[in-house]
Design a protein. Structure first.
Lengths: 356, 187
């Protein structure tokens, strides 16, 4: 494979793949495979504005930061990280080992140290301040949280995947202190960043939804159980935000919500096709999907699902943590369009208020 | 709700907590606190009773083994919702940790033989690994706030979620009870 074929310039690659580079025209036995490989590399080497990744960076960092603030406010840190008899931690050593780990005797100071590490690194991560360093620090802390408290919630596991990928991305190229400093120093960060972290994270999210859907073996989630799962959760005093039984008149709504949730989660793989056909392609079927805005309906259902969880259940930061990743589903140009539409709407309102 | 405790519109037990908190001299005469952490089963899955998560009515305290919400310090005192079956312990309404819900777990029963499946049960894992430490931590918090208690028992109460969203029915029967004394958990 020539150096030109593996160039990091996506446009060059796509053009050469489309025209047929000398390598691609090679009638040798591996020509077809090489062409496919070149397209594969070109796909993962696409560039785009950093808007989606930057918004996700801000929201993820903010969720982690606020979660730490709440954990401190509620006195949770020693209990989560310290080993028995005073806490629920494992007593594992830290990584690297020269760092202090919570122990059975006198762990409060060590727990505070790890709490402060997350607090500071997540804030820097959200602000995009020394982004790569803060990202590496945040990854290190999350790895150690996994050692001290491996049975954390689902969002902890998800963020242990998300934060390293975001750290490797160019998410600090927009809306960040680093970008501001770079502009002041006349060395602005690149306008286009690799898109592969966004693709990878979107695939991760879609797999999360699909696996959550197809792994539900409780009949309550399925038609044979009467779609009673969310109704049961509403009656479960641990999960329910409102007094169990107080929403009994809304039981049919919970059944509908259960059915929609399952449809949404099991339909997650279709989002790959919907995203692929976002602008064009797919013939009549593609046109119908765009006309009926199926992709937006799927996204709206997901947002409603998590907002509904936040409203009716006490699941900590889980719903907010997942919603923080939703900017990834939109292409940066869609963020720009949404921003313009919002600005236009505000501009239309302003003269009216002045006239009044 | 056991023992006729009054519940406000947010499901909190107010008048009892306030009344008791104004009487500090009532403390330390051997009063014991039974801490209520209810396990539950669903109508359709009674076999899961011991393997399901645990909970109480939402109230002052809420905790789970993750970084997240745990304690609400704004409450003046711990709400009391009844007495243990033998009458020796007060039952405080405190939501304890929940192990992961099995309905979200992988289909372990389809891939592993029954015996390892039971051994890998999330709640059993949680009970053995986290409940002792959690009980100590919770007892410590209670002793710090409620000087009248010398001993705390942390257990999991069996309960039942009623069909068609009609609510929750506690049983008053506790399993996996752990006892923590003040001098054990407070320096």
């Amino acid at each position: 494979v020539s150096a030109g074929t593996l160039s990091r310039d996506a446009a060059t690659q796509q053009d050469s793949a489309a025209r047929g580079t000398p390598l691609a025209k090679d009638p040798g036995a591996f020509a077809g495979g090489t062409r496919v490989f070149a397209r594969w590399v070109a796909f993962w080497d696409r560039r785009e504005p950093a808007t989606s990744l930057a918004l996700t960076r801000i929201l993820v960092g903010t969720v982690l930061f606020l979660d730490m603030v709440l954990a401190k406010y509620k006195g949770a840190m020693p209990a989560l990280l310290s080993p028995p008899p005073h806490g629920m931690g494992t007593g594992a050593t830290a990584f690297p080992e020269f760092l202090a780990a919570p122990t059975a005797a006198g762990s409060d100071g060590v727990a505070f140290f790890w709490w402060a590490m997350v607090l500071v690194s997540s804030l820097m991560f959200a602000l995009g301040l020394f982004y790569k360093a803060s990202g590496v620090l945040l990854v290190l802390v999350l790895v150690n949280f996994a050692r001290f408290d491996p049975d954390g919630d689902a969002i902890d596991s998800l963020y242990r995947v998300v934060v390293p990928i975001l750290t490797l991305s160019g998410a600090h190229a927009s809306f960040s202190v680093d970008a501001w400093i770079a502009r002041k120093m006349k060395k602005p960060l690149p306008a286009l960043v690799p898109a592969w972290p966004r693709y990878l994270l979107v695939l991760q999210l879609l797999w999360m939804y699909f696996s959550a859907g197809h792994c539900r073996d409780d009949a309550a989630w399925w038609p044979q159980g009467g779609f009673s799962a969310i109704g049961n959760v509403m009656g479960d005093p641990h999960f329910a935000r409102f007094n169990p039984g107080s929403l009994v008149s809304l039981y049919p709504v919970t059944q509908m919500a259960t059915a929609i949730s399952m449809t949404f989660e099991l339909g997650a793989p279709l989002m790959i096709i919907l995203t692929w056909l976002r602008k064009s392609g797919g013939g009549r079927w593609g046109a119908a999907l765009r006309r009926w805005r199926i992709r937006w309906i799927w996204l709206g259902a997901g947002a409603a699902l998590h907002l509904g969880i936040a409203l009716t259940m006490t699941l900590g930061c889980f719903p907010y943590g997942v919603l923080a990743l939703y900017p990834l589903f939109l292409h940066p140009e869609e963020h720009a369009q949404l921003g313009e539409a919002l600005r236009g709407r505000l501009a239309r309102r302003r003269p009216i208020s002045n006239a009044e | 709700v056991a023992d006729g405790a009054r519940v406000d519109h947010r499901g909190r037990y107010r008048h009892r907590a306030r009344r008791r908190s104004t009487d500090p001299h009532a403390a330390r005469h051997g009063a014991l606190a039974g801490v209520d952490a209810r396990s539950f089963d669903r109508p359709s899955r009674s076999a899961d009773r011991a393997a399901r998560a645990l909970a109480t009515d939402q109230g002052a305290f809420c905790s789970e083994p993750t970084v997240g919400r745990v304690f609400d310090h704004r409450r003046a005192s711990l709400p009391d919702v009844g007495r243990s079956p033998d009458g020796t312990h007060r039952i405080l309404d405190i939501a304890l940790s929940r192990p992961r819900s099995r309905s979200h777990a992988l289909r372990r029963h389809a891939r592993v033989p029954p015996r390892p499946q039971r051994l890998q049960s999330e709640s059993q894992h949680w009970r053995e690994r986290h409940l002792p430490g959690f009980a100590s931590w919770l007892a410590r918090k209670i002793f710090e706030r409620e000087r009248r208690f010398d001993e705390v028992r942390v257990g999991m109460e069996r309960g039942r979620i009623l069909a068609r969203g009609e609510g929750f029915e506690p049983s008053g029967e506790f399993d996996y009870v752990l006892v923590r004394r003040r001098d054990e958990v407070l320096p």
